[in-house]
Write a protein that binds this ligand. Structure first.
Ligand code: C5P
Length: 231
């Protein structure tokens, strides 16, 4: 069975849990995502542990560090993790074009994925931080900026995927968190869609965390979402 275009968000409190989730879900998905919670606690060890737990499954590593700093610092950070050979490395598009380009040049083998607007954000949240909304406009503006600076992937809500695709064309990988199977709780995500809805909107990779990792049987949950995408 071909694995589904899902990046499982391994937002685990410890290495053993992350490794268990990785081994259970790797046969069903293309990508495993290591984020701040694990990376800040364990550093490169977590990448090795996840790869080992995934076994022979040909999964890609998504390093979701959401870098955001001055260009020189982001370049240094990207260089620090480039040796881990992540397929994707995230930066915040709101860091601006020079910062995005610094990451692209420092980690040339990774696809730098620019986060547009967090999927936990709604229009009111943008207002509070003084960013011109609505969210859909901010997402499009940041997407164009990031791709112009060399980002080869973008992180956006499935609700904005179609509009972003229209702006940036077919070659940019669109990654969408905020994916919730029919009937699942949205939790802290605001701009959500179902897995099939996200793909139909033009997403290439669906980031799914708690609906899989919080399920009593993460392997079964991943397999079921993968099956729903094949139907
Ligand atoms: O558990 P859940 O499916 O909500 O996990 C979503 C994952 O996607 C989390 O790891 C979160 O950090 C990440 N993410 C997000 N929104 C973005 C970028 C990344 O939710 N814009």
């Amino acid at each position: 069975m071909t694995p589904a275009p899902i990046a499982v968000a391994l937002d685990a409190p410890d290495l053993d849990t992350a490794a268990r989730w990785a081994s259970l879900t790797a046969p069903h998905v293309t990508t495993l995502k290591v984020g701040l919670e694990l990376y800040l606690r364990y550093g490169p060890d977590v990448v090795a542990a996840v790869r080992e737990a995934a076994g022979p499954a040909p999964v890609e590593l998504f390093l979701d560090l959401k870098l955001h700093d001055i260009p020189a610092t982001v370049a240094g950070a990207a260089r620090s993790v480039a040796g881990l050979r992540p397929a994707y490395l995230t930066v915040h598009a709101s860091g601006g074009p020079a910062m995005v380009r610094a990451a692209v040049e420092a980690a040339p083998d990774a696809r730098v994925a620019a986060v547009t607007v967090l999927t936990s954000f709604g229009d009111a949240d943008l207002d509070v931080i003084g960013l011109a909304g609505p969210a859909s406009d901010a997402v499009r503006r940041l997407a164009v900026l990031a791709v112009g600076a060399g980002a080869r992937a973008l992180v956006c809500s499935p609700r904005e995927a179609a509009a972003v695709r229209a702006e940036v064309g077919p070659d940019v990988v669109l990654i969408t968190p905020g994916v919730r199977p029919e009937g699942a709780a949205a939790q802290d995500q605001t701009r959500v869609a179902t897995p099939r809805g996200a793909l139909a909107a033009g997403a290439d990779v669906l980031v799914i965390g708690r609906p899989i990792t919080g399920a009593p049987d993460p392997a079964a949950a991943a397999a079921e979402i993968a099956r729903s995408l094949r139907d």
